[in-house]
Design a protein around this ligand. Structure first.
Ligand SMILES: [Zn+2]
Length: 139
């Protein structure tokens, strides 16, 4: 295994929301590290040393494995331990504070998007669905 390539692939899978890939890569890297394999450089642009990189990689992989497992095991792909904050992907309207309330209000296509946003979930609000009837058709 190339742990550096695996680490970068794990980060990409996380930002892309490819939860099966996150799960598989985190599991593979944890297995590699458990067998004494050298850790990836976990911080781009700064040398922190093997001990620090190992600790960060293990913590990140265990976190990723747990979160991806939660997403994959939920029928709607919603990790229930994550505080629910919803924004419309089209108009940035803020959504209700629970998935059930959002669905009842007509929100569609709610997905978990943890990377790079202040909100953890994106969806399509009822107003935008009226304006753009083809958006949010995949619930
Ligand atoms: Zn909207």
């Amino acid at each position: 295994m190339d742990p550096q390539a695996t680490w970068h692939a794990l980060l990409s899978a996380w930002t892309e929301g490819d939860w099966q890939e996150v799960f598989d890569l985190a599991e593979a890297l944890l297995d590699w590290l458990a067998k004494g394999g050298f850790p990836p450089e976990a911080n781009a642009g700064r040398r922190m040393g093997a001990d620090w990189n190992r600790a960060v990689a293990i913590a990140a992989c265990e976190f990723s494995l747990g979160r991806a497992g939660e997403v994959l095991s939920d029928p709607q792909g919603i990790p229930r331990s994550v505080p629910f904050s919803l924004t419309c992907a089209s108009c940035n309207n803020e959504g209700p504070s629970s998935l059930e309330t959002a669905v009842a209000a007509g929100w569609k296509g709610v997905i978990y998007t943890p990377a790079g946003l202040s909100e953890s979930f994106l969806g399509h609000c009822p107003d935008c669905q009226k304006r753009e009837p083809d958006s949010g058709s995949a619930e």
